[in-house]
Design a protein around this ligand. Structure first.
Ligand code: FAD
Length: 389
């Protein structure tokens, strides 16, 4: 039987950040991850899986000492965010209005994870166990006992479930979820084009679902096409040239000479764990909640989970108290679950309000976008919230 203080199942963006923020405690941390991220090479086209990271998430990556590694690979700042449906009815957020250089960064998920792994390599108390996975989990008086796919048995005081939406750790701990599928599916399309507004991310609402653009460099970007399942399936079957023609026909005319580099599609599912803590098991990131990606908040919420739990564990150790005491873990759940639920609900409201053809609602939502544009202090508050300031 091997021992550690904290076992983290899943070394993706959320699990790796948790390890990096907890490493300075000196606790013995074991990260169990099934797959290592593919090595980065500058000539690779940007991956399809990209995250719009808020300024607050960037700060956490700086604190984790992963930021220089990420910048040494690639990351793209954006200064403006636009949401519109009818021409002339839009809301625009500009980092300059808050005296900031950027609203956030577009970064490939693999690069965020790789940057964190490079930072973890400097901590002798953190062991990255990859490839390995979780097979079985048993709660004990001293924490939990894990059986790994490579055959080891591991006793941990605390187990952090960071193994994504389908979390096996959550299932083995017996934590249920409330979940449903959205009607819309989502297609990610990597593109190269001229005349890209490379400092602006935009979202254009249509009755069948939003169309969005995420800048990834002076000539590259990622398009997001939300639509009914059958439509996304038909688009996925097209070759890149035919898909580029469909994009030209159905996206706003904001770019020219467009060519498609890669594509992929995803079903959208909302999930929320009924509890975030059970015995020695704590859920973070997508293991606890998956959200409609329409406002790019998923991993930003996961990073907030990590920041809160890490703060509570640090406080416990500084006060020479049990870092994994039930009341400490309950405080984590009390502070994060309502916040995540609120964001999920706000995204659902947005999803239902914008994805339909009901004329009065159409008028109202366009008036809403225009009103938001001129709402002064309220607009600034929304911007600050989105940036995590
Ligand atoms: C189409 C789409 C677009 C999105 N866009 C954005 C965006 O712009 N901004 C944003 O903030 N969020 C976005 N999200 C959400 C974001 O991708 C997720 O919130 C984020 O990936 C969650 O990170 P995670 O580390 O919790 O889980 P994951 O990224 O799922 O990582 C889980 C890790 O655990 C490992 N693992 C799983 N099971 C086991 C096991 N049994 N044993 C060992 N290891 C295991 C996996 O290999 C993986 O590395 C988007 C999501 C989708 C679907």
């Amino acid at each position: 039987m091997e021992h550690c203080d904290i076992a983290i199942v899943g070394g993706g963006m959320v699990g790796a950040l948790a390890a990096a923020l907890l490493a300075p405690t000196g606790l013995n941390i074991r990260v169990i991850e099934a797959r290592a991220p593919e090595a980065f090479a500058a000539e690779q086209a940007p991956d399809l899986r990209v995250s719009a990271l808020s300024a607050a998430s960037v700060r956490l990556l700086q604190q984790a000492e992963a930021w220089p590694h990420i910048l040494a690979m690639r990351a793209w700042p954006y200064q403006r965010l636009e949401a519109c449906e009818w021409q002339g009815f839009h809301t625009r957020f500009d980092a300059g209005e808050l005296g900031s250089d950027y609203l956030g960064y577009m970064i490939e998920n693999r690069i965020i994870q790789s940057g964190l792994w490079q930072a973890l390599a400097l901590w002798p108390n953190v062991r990255l166990d990859c490839p390995n996975g979780l097979n079985a989990l048993q709660q004990t008086d001293a924490g939990a006992e894990l059986t790994l796919t490579e055959g080891q048995r591991l006793q941990a005081r605390l187990v952090l479930a960071c193994d994504g939406g389908e979390s096996l750790t959550r299932q083995l701990a017996g934590i249920g979820v409330t979940a449903w599928d959205y009607d819309q599916h989502c297609m990610l399309i990597g593109i190269e084009a001229d005349d890209l507004e490379s400092d602006t991310t935009w979202q254009h609402f249509t009755a069948s679902g939003p169309r969005a653009f995420l800048p990834m460099g002076p000539r590259q970007g990622s398009l997001v096409w939300y639509d009914q399942k059958a439509r996304i399936k038909a688009l996925t079957a097209l070759d890149n040239t035919a898909l580029a023609e469909q994009v030209k026909a159905h996206f706003p005319p904001r770019m020219s000479n467009l060519s498609v580099l890669n594509k992929g599609s995803f079903a959208l599912r909302r999930r929320h764990a009924n509890q975030y803590v059970k015995g020695a098991v704590v859920l973070l990131g997508d293991a606890a909640h998956t959200i409609n990606p329409l406002a790019g908040q998923g991993v930003n919420l996961g990073f907030k989970d990590v920041a809160r739990l890490s703060e509570l564990i640090h406080q416990g150790l500084e006060a020479r108290l049990d870092f994994a005491a039930p009341e400490r873990l309950a405080r984590y759940q009390r502070s994060r679950r309502p916040d995540n639920l609120l964001m999920q609900t706000a995204m659902d409201l947005c999803y239902h309000t914008f994805s339909n053809n009901h004329l009065p609602l159409k008028v109202l939502r366009n008036l809403g976008l225009k009103a938001a544009e001129h709402s002064g202090p309220l607009k600034k508050r929304v911007m600050k919230y989105a940036m995590g300031l």
